[in-house]
Write a protein that binds this ligand. Structure first.
Ligand SMILES: [Zn+2]
Length: 459
């Protein structure tokens, strides 16, 4: 009982800190740098990329329905294992299972035609996500900061003369005029939502995705990266552009790559899959819990002057925060939050337990072999640090597609009493313990430190 109360207090404390960081629009550059620029071998990077595409093709709207994660269980026969943020009750919905079946069916179809078979299946599940990615791309392309970078970069690119003809294998040689044309067409195609009819939607989306992909693999993109290496602000903009282009083009070029790979690994056309329903939630009543955060002024008072802080924030700085109208408004509109265990952590814990039970049969996985988890979005700040801490503790190498270092207040501390490797189940699902306690503690520490550094930078 005491453990349960402590657990709830821990979660409440952490959620308030995460919500404060979100309110301040904070991002953790360390998580971003380590998480986004990973040194992965080519095989792992490709597997991860394809798993990300698979997860994206099953995600109708990550903002409303949560994220999806997918990994491969290699213990006996290759099986896809899927998880979603546990907010919807832990297990998959009927629609999730049907969508997975439909997607696999078109990916493995021997006479698979992208336009008439694959695109309709993806569009029916992902229209909202696709439209959101188009909007985000458009917003970036018309952002004044990006336009400034674009104009300076085009000038520099022009001065290189016909250097653009010297491309490496696989690169598209775009002249400055081609680049301007690409950007112009992308701006125009991404301006409006996708048309209602499937045929028109295909024409718009396919064309947009093609331009996005061609720019991604162009020598101009390589030039942009080299040019921006010394300015952090510009580098972040170029990385954002690369992400936006990839998000749009994944439903076409990523899926085409996926089709080839699926046929290679599953020549019989049968792709076994399973959705997990163990939620690893610390909430006893359901797989998610509703928290009512303290009023804004109380939360600032509590966390800015926390006794665990090595450098307590001065009263005058605290007062400045407390009387900040837009922050108060932002906090008040997000005071009631539902927390849940994020999809990538659920999947990791599920597969760890399975691997532990059959450690002798998983000889193909040496201790440090990378274990990719594909996700529909980049990992949040807590998932990134949690997985890193878990890997350190158990000598594993779970890898995800990277992190933007952004806090999410709906992040729930996972709970379980199962040992990570070679161990046995030792507790019930509602108790924190076993392998999750060290990563949980690590996340709490890091989030506290992020908040402290934010306050101390605002003196
Ligand atoms: Zn997360």
């Amino acid at each position: 009982m005491t453990t349960k109360i402590n657990q709830n207090q821990n979660q409440q404390h952490l959620s308030e800190q995460l919500q404060l960081l979100s309110t301040f629009d904070y991002w953790d550059s360390l998580a971003y740098c380590h998480g986004y620029h990973q040194n992965l071998d080519k095989e792992t990077a490709t597997e991860l990329e394809l798993l990300n595409v698979f997860a994206a093709c099953l995600t109708s709207d990550p903002d409303e329905d949560g994220d999806i994660a997918v990994a491969i269980d290699r213990r006996q026969r290759l099986t896809l294992v899927l998880a979603r943020d546990s907010g919807s009750g832990g297990g998959p919905t009927k629609a999730d299972i049907n969508a997975t079946r439909d997607l696999i069916s078109v990916l493995t179809d021997t006479e698979c035609d992208y336009r008439s078979r694959v695109f309709p299946v993806i569009l029916s599940r992902c229209r909202k996500s696709m439209c959101k990615y188009m909007q985000k791309l458009h917003a970036l392309l018309v952002d004044p900061a990006f336009l400034k970078l674009e104009s300076a970069a085009i000038k520099g690119y022009l001065q290189r003369g016909a250097d653009y003809l010297n491309t490496d294998q696989g690169e598209a040689a775009l002249s400055p005029t081609d680049v301007l044309n690409h950007l112009q067409v992308m701006k125009s195609l991404s301006q409006k939502p996708l048309p209602d009819t499937q045929r028109e939607a295909f024409d718009v989306y396919y064309s947009l995705a093609w331009y996005c992909w061609n720019l991604t693999i162009s020598n101009f993109m390589k030039y942009l990266y080299a040019r921006c290496s010394k300015s952090e602000q510009d580098r972040l903009l170029v990385e954002k552009l690369n992400r936006r282009l990839g998000n749009v083009s994944q439903y076409v070029t990523g899926v085409r790559k996926l089709i080839k790979t699926v046929k290679h690994y599953f020549p019989t056309g049968e792709v076994p899959f399973r959705w997990i329903d163990d939620d690893f939630s610390s909430s006893s009543s359901s797989s998610s819990s509703l928290l009512h955060l303290d009023p804004y002024a109380d939360a600032i008072q509590k966390h800015a002057t926390s006794s665990s802080s090595s450098t307590p924030t001065s009263p005058s700085t605290t007062a400045k925060f407390i009387h900040h109208p837009s922050l108060i408004q932002k906090w008040d509109s997000n005071r009631h939050i539902t927390t849940h265990v994020h999809a990538e952590i659920r999947l990791l814990l599920h597969l760890s337990a399975h691997n532990a039970r059959s450690s002798s049969s998983s000889a193909q996985h040496t201790d440090m072999a990378p274990l990719p988890i594909g996700c529909s979005r980049l990992a949040c700040l807590c998932c990134y640090w949690w997985i890193r801490a878990y890997n350190r503790q158990f000598g594993t190498r779970w890898v995800t597609c990277g992190s933007r270092g952004r806090p999410r207040a709906d992040w729930e501390l996972p709970a379980r009493g199962v040992k990570g490797r070679g161990g046995v189940e030792t507790g019930n699902g509602a108790m924190e313990g076993g392998e999750v306690s060290v990563p949980n503690e690590q996340v709490k520490k890091i989030v506290g430190a992020c908040l402290e550094s934010y306050f101390s930078g605002c003196r």
